[in-house]
Design a protein. Structure first.
Length: 294
């Protein structure tokens, strides 16, 4: 459906071929194997190869003329770099933030153990000092240190005001940075163009691997030049770069990433093997029993 929107009649055959390839990828039919994890070859025209600095080349593909177009919010709304893990996403975002013009504004969170957890675990307050809590990086939680610039694209990490479109996964564009509030403009969803104010809120992670309950008071935002594949679900973009420093690890991730675009020319991949070399092979994870009842 994304591919056929505003498509030229002359491109219909190419669009059909790409759409069929995507469907076969999503259903795990490309390799012909019954295994849930298989190594597949990506078509040459979708790859960025023979590069001395793969990440830089991917940035140039997704964000061409960044220094000339950074004031255009629509420029960021239509493009993103995707990766399977938060670690790689943060690496890309930090690199692009350094390239982005303007002054940095730093926001530090206030981290503390939840009061309800302290009576049961009196030793936690001594064991998990503020410095330890500050160092925790958890999926779905903003970092202790949040660095922003005016004009940077960000993503909302919590539902704040669902009626007005301020939901988890919403993309915004920073317009003003104040000490206690951030002004931004919505660039995705049904309220595009609406100005809003984002306050600091107290957030409690739900990760069961953490033995304590703690809260982080911080702006519920992350920079989103790049985002995880899971966060990109439901979005339609004109330009997508997929950076596979590590392979996908869950059902349908590769299909989700490659099906965000509106044209075959709008997507490029960089795949890096265990030795750090650029390759054309990657893992596709599809649990075929999901389709058995369809």
């Amino acid at each position: 459906m994304r591919l056929t929107v505003e498509a030229n009649a002359s491109d219909i055959e190419e669009i059909k071929a790409f759409a069929n390839w995507l469907l076969e990828l999503g259903e795990g039919k490309i390799s012909g194997s019954n295994n849930c994890e298989v190594v597949i070859d990506i078509p040459e025209d979708l790859l960025i190869k023979c590069s001395e600095d793969p990440m830089s080349d991917l940035i140039d593909f997704v964000y061409p003329s960044l220094l000339q177009l950074y004031k255009d919010k629509d420029y960021f709304a239509e493009r993103a770099i995707l990766a399977p893990t938060n670690e790689v996403v943060q690496e890309i975002n930090e690199r692009l933030l350094a390239l982005f013009p303007g002054d940095e504004v730093e926001y530090l969170s206030s981290d503390s153990i939840c009061q309800t957890d302290q009576p049961k675990n009196e030793g936690h307050a001594r064991l998990y000092s503020p410095d330890v809590l500050n160092g925790l990086t958890i999926s779905g939680l903003p970092n202790y240190r949040l660095v922003l610039k005016v004009g940077v694209p960000v993503m909302l990490l919590r539902n704040i005001d669902q009626q007005n479109g301020l939901c988890n996964g919403m993309r915004l564009w920073i317009t003003k940075l104040y000490k206690r509030v951030i002004e931004a403009e919505i660039t995705s969803g049904g309220n595009i163009g609406t100005r809003t104010f984002i306050p600091r809120i107290s957030l409690t992670p739900l990760d069961k691997r953490i033995p304590i309950k703690f809260q982080r008071r911080q702006f519920p935002l992350n920079i989103c030049f790049a985002m995880t594949i899971n966060k990109s679900q439901g979005q339609s973009l004109s330009r997508v770069g997929l950076y596979l420093k590590y392979p996908v690890f869950s059902h349908g991730q590769l299909y989700v990433a490659l099906s965000r675009v509106k044209s075959r020319a709008g997507v490029k991949l960089i795949i890096v093997d265990k030795d750090g070399n650029v390759t054309s092979k990657t893992t596709n994870v599809v649990y075929k029993e999901v389709f058995s009842g369809i």
